[in-house]
Design a binder for this molecule. Structure first.
Ligand SMILES: Cc1cc2nc3c(=O)[nH]c(=O)nc-3n(C[C@H](O)[C@H](O)[C@H](O)COP(=O)(O)OP(=O)(O)OC[C@H]3O[C@@H](n4cnc5c(N)ncnc54)[C@H](O)[C@@H]3O)c2cc1C
Ligand code: SF4
Length: 570
């Protein structure tokens, strides 16, 4: 009997455990497996295999039962985002009943629970942070200082960019360092026109090609992954059979699998981390099987938490022991606090009356981008930090109408006259983390697995409101200088979290009194636990965040392997 128990324990024991198989978890799995560690990847959602589990990838518009939309009663199952969910991708979005939450204040928490997480759904925009971003908190005193600078992450940005395949142009801007780029997607004639007027009118404002995780010119490393050139189908979120864009499913997970070192266990909801008081370290995780509701325990020397920012907070808060009664690593009471996100409230649209002899052909899965220009080199406004801008020009559409009857109706329907170029811009603002913006566990309410529900309590501040006003004024001025007409700038007043870039709660820092993680993403007080998703973010900058999570994850995983070899975690 004793031998059987030892064998069973062995079966549940690995070198490393990774919680979550999305963008950051996929990277942890790849790096740890490549370095020879037997790695268990625990994923709460179902399995999604590259290509074979993309049921809508090659469907035509007329193949969809409801013309692309989902019926009203189904929309409600997805909560606030429901009306925007498409028939073609609905199967990758989480339905609210899977994980109920308590919204103390309005918050839109978007989740994708499956192998691959939100890497199947993301918009693939990827920009590096600069030193101006890492130095932000130290300069103005909001949030604690980052324990690293750009030079610490730069080689890891290169490492993840080369493997993922990032298209972009080398623009030489100090506030947005260049990366290892494949050739960029073209700008449209209207984008090029806007680029020129910005350069002519402002020294500090630049319109550049969006930098995005698409393989525009495959290299050997991409071919080895079985991925091919992006053909601009722009149907990415259905899953790309070509692997044209980066997802965990197409890239990091199959790579980890190939090493023979990965055990991927879908339908495994991590309940909490097991902390052993005697050994003074984490020894494993408790898991609930989402299909059978059975619980089990898995063990490893190192644990990577990559469940997406708010879930990583939840897991740590729920990991209590007599050493850590308020959650693992939470000696200073700051776990779950300083939650932050991006401010996407500002929008602008307009039209260009020019270029009537031009039209676009094909599709572009990216767009253009104006890097942050406010408060970069010095404080110049009455709000802190700044915003970047996404910018796009839509293809000219046929202007048919359904007016008239008989011959007139026919003529209107067959009218192939092209309409104008429409342009739009959207704000990507930095939100300052403050202590009162937090998540915590509800005292009594549980989800369907018996895990405490997460209470979300986050709100905008005056800084965010001022930033939106500045965005609208500056963008209106820039649109006017470009000669655009019909300009409409507005504040959507959307709820926090609508940007899908939630961050913080387990922030990095130099001082264990004011932060949870050290410069290697280890919990200060439980060093064999690493948190490398958005939860680790001390501040948010304006860049789309996932590339930075990838770089942090690869850096921390390689550090963990070195330490493991030295016997640090024995
Ligand atoms: C429409 C959309 C557009 C976006 N566009 C961009 C963009 O252009 N650029 C950008 O940088 N970012 C973008 N994002 C955000 C990006 O998707 C996230 O930043 C990124 O996926 C975060 O990676 P992650 O590994 O932390 O989380 P995820 O990719 O969400 O993966 C987390 C995984 O953990 C699993 N999990 C959660 N809890 C548990 C548990 N208890 N036990 C086991 N498993 C668990 C989940 O099921 C999930 O698979 C976008 C997101 C969406 C939805
Ligand atoms: S645009 Fe590129 S990545 Fe997206 S579906 Fe098409 S080929 Fe795939």
């Amino acid at each position: 009997m004793a031998n059987l128990a030892i064998d069973a324990q062995k079966e549940m024991t690995f070198d490393a455990i990774v919680i979550g198989s999305g963008i950051s978890g996929g990277w942890a799995a790849k790096e740890l497996c490549e370095k020879g560690l037997k790695t268990l990847v625990l994923e709460r959602g179902r399995d999604v295999k590259h290509i074979e589990d993309y049921p809508t990838a090659t469907k035509n518009p007329w193949d969809f039962q409801f013309g692309g939309k989902i019926p009203l009663e189904q929309q409600q199952e997805f909560g606030a985002r429901g009306a925007r969910i498409q028939e073609s991708t609905a199967h990758f979005w989480m339905k609210e009943k899977e994980q109920e939450t308590v919204l103390e204040k309005p918050f839109q928490w978007t989740r994708g629970y499956q192998v691959g997480g939100k890497s199947l759904l993301w918009a693939r925009q990827t920009q590096r942070w600069s030193n101006y971003d890492f130095e932000g908190p130290a300069r103005d005193g909001y949030a604690v200082d980052w324990p690293i600078r750009y030079k610490d992450l730069a080689p890891w940005y290169s490492h993840v960019e080369k493997f993922s395949g990032i298209s972009g142009n080398r623009d030489g801007l100090p506030q947005l360092p260049d990366g290892e780029f494949l050739k960029p997607f073209d700008l449209s004639c209207v984008e090029r026109h806007f680029q020129k007027t910005l350069s002519a009118n402002y020294k500090d404002r630049h319109l550049i090609h969006g930098r995005c995780a698409h393989i525009t010119a495959p290299e050997e490393i991409h071919r080895e992954q079985g991925r091919a050139k992006c053909l601009n189908r722009n149907l990415c979120n259905r899953g790309c059979p070509l692997g044209g864009y980066f997802s965990s499913n197409a890239s990091t997970l199959p790579w980890a699998e190939k090493t023979g070192n990965m055990t991927l266990r879908p339908n495994s909801v991590v309940h909490s981390i097991i902390y052993d008081e005697g050994q003074g370290k984490a020894t494993g995780v408790r898991v609930i099987d989402s299909e059978t509701q059975q619980t089990s325990e898995y063990f490893a020397k190192i644990i990577f938490i990559n469940a997406s920012a708010l879930n990583s907070n939840l897991i740590l808060l729920n990991s209590t022991s007599s050493r850590f009664p308020n959650g693992l690593g939470n000696d200073n009471g700051l776990l779950g606090k300083y939650i932050s996100w991006h401010n996407y409230r500002g929008h602008i649209s307009g039209r260009s009356e020019e270029f009537q002899d031009m039209m676009s052909t094909g599709k572009n899965p990216s767009h253009s981008y104006i890097p942050r220009f406010r408060n970069v080199f010095k404080q110049e406004t009455d709000f802190l930090r700044g915003y970047a801008v996404g910018f796009g020009s839509s293809s000219r559409a046929v202007q048919f109408s359904r007016g008239g009857i008989g011959e007139a109706l026919k003529a209107n329907l067959f009218d192939r006259t092209l309409g104008p170029w429409w342009v739009s811009g959207w704000m990507q603002g930095e939100v300052i983390p403050i202590e009162t913006n937090h998540v915590r566990l509800h005292e009594s309410l549980k989800d369907k697995y018996g895990i405490p529900q997460l209470v979300l309590s986050c709100d905008w501040t005056e800084n965010d409101d001022k930033m939106v006003l500045d965005y609208m004024a500056q963008m209106t001025e820039m649109f006017e200088k470009a000669g655009f007409t019909d300009i409409s700038a507005r504040d959507s007043h959307s709820a926090p979290g609508s940007d899908i870039h939630e961050m913080g709660g387990v922030r990095m820092g130099l001082d264990p009194e004011t932060s949870l993680l050290n410069k290697w993403n280890q919990l200060h007080s439980c060093k064999n636990v690493f948190v490398t998703d958005g939860a680790c973010m001390t501040s948010t900058a304006t860049q789309n965040p996932s590339l930075t999570y990838m770089a942090f994850t690869a850096r921390a995983a390689n550090f963990a392997v070195e330490e493991l070899k030295k016997g640090t975690f024995d």
